[in-house]
Design a protein around this ligand. Structure first.
Ligand code: RAM
Length: 361
């Protein structure tokens, strides 16, 4: 099977050597927790593996439970998980709600517990709302990995973070500052009001902007609930009620795509800056038509892939979730558990007109 490391990112007529070199480069940039580069995942250096030689048993059932189905970001992320589960010969499934509301995931967790799932990989819509359901799943023997958006740390075994929260926040604020000359009113268009990841990034963006760019003011935050139409309307509302707005930061793939669509068909196109977190495939047309200069993300498929391998390593007894433990995540190589049971995938990637066509997700 062709690895997504080569099939998704590295296209065109590259030689085997070039591909190998680029994969190594990608790995070096992407794995802040790999090998001797303990990076920002907590800086653990001691090897404390539970039983690193334990093998992943065939037939592990691994269920992905995203914030919501019908979000292209999670389709790609869960697809990466599926690829990993097929590699280690497990049984993959994906279940989830159609809306990303706080308690919408509870009934799915309860069903997975009844079915005896070995591993549950979930992006939490709320830090607390699914905790008692996850406790029951874990009492029944399931290992719980959060990815993308965490619960409270004691509700899961490991959180697979896409990048450090600080890195994600700073990338977006720096991008906006650069585009508006470090000054002016900026609004945030978020996803749901309870989402752990969104709220962590928003807090850090506000702090970082206040310290680094005192003339740039984050004046308001609105919520599109990761629904396309609501996000579109919230963008329209922001522009109407904030006539001096210089820019919008949308740290959600659904929000930024809807905001870009609104801006591109309005008089604000090219006048109000938009940045945040988006998928290249959803944002390509808006970069090409000049609505958006740059935005960021990580490879969601790699995030899902790493999360699946993390769950398998937990269930196999290779790791327990303690800082310093190491495990191998298939084609992505070795990772180390950092502080508070967090594994970090890598650095965010910035996309612009010069590089966007190199990415297909
Ligand atoms: C949306 C979701 C997800 C977030 C991405 C960037 O798809 O809110 O949780 O990580 O955007």
């Amino acid at each position: 099977m062709t690895s997504f490391l080569t099939s998704r990112r590295l296209r065109g007529g590259l030689t085997g050597v070039a591909v190998a070199a680029m994969v190594l480069t990608t790995a070096a940039c992407g794995g802040t927790t790999r090998g001797s580069d303990s990076g920002s995942a907590g800086g653990a250096s001691a090897s404390a593996s539970a039983n690193p030689s334990a093998t992943i048993p065939a037939g592990l059932s691994v269920a992905f439970l995203p914030k919501q189905l019908n979000n292209p970001y999670f389709s790609v992320a869960d697809g990466g998980g599926k690829q990993a589960v097929e590699q280690f010969k497990g049984k993959y499934s994906e279940v989830g709600p159609s809306e990303a509301s706080a308690s919408s995931q509870v009934s799915y967790i309860n069903t997975l517990t009844q079915q005896g799932a070995d591993v549950i990989v979930t992006s939490a819509n709320d830090p607390n709302a699914i905790c008692s359901a996850l406790d029951q799943a874990r009492s029944g023997g399931a290992k719980v990995v959060t990815f993308d958006s965490d619960t409270k740390p004691d509700c899961r075994d490991v959180f697979v973070n896409q990048a450090t929260a600080e890195g994600i926040a700073q990338t977006q604020v720096d991008s906006m500052a650069k585009q508006i000359g470090n000054a002016g009113d900026v609004a945030i268009l978020s996803a749901t009001a309870n989402a752990t990841n969104q709220n962590t990034w928003i807090d850090l963006m506000k702090k970082y902007a206040a310290e680094k760019y005192p003339d740039m003011k984050i004046v308001t935050t609105v919520y599109g609930d990761d629904q396309d139409e609501k996000s579109f309307q919230e963008t329209q509302g922001l522009l109407q009620s904030n006539p001096n707005l210089k820019g919008i930061i949308s740290p959600t793939t659904v929000g930024i795509a809807a905001a870009a669509r609104y801006l591109s068909g309005s008089a604000y196109k090219g006048k109000v800056a938009l940045t945040g977190l988006g998928t290249p495939n959803q944002m390509r047309e808006f970069v090409k038509d000049g609505t958006v200069k740059e935005f960021a993300l990580w490879d969601p498929a790699k995030l899902g892939y790493l999360a699946a391998y993390t769950g398998a390593a937990l269930k196999a007894g290779q790791i327990t979730g303690k800082e310093g433990e190491k495990f191998t995540a298939g084609d992505l190589g070795e990772y180390t558990i950092g502080k508070d049971g967090v594994v970090v995938l890598g650095d965010p990637q910035v996309f612009d007109a010069a590089n966007i066509d190199q990415f297909n997700f």
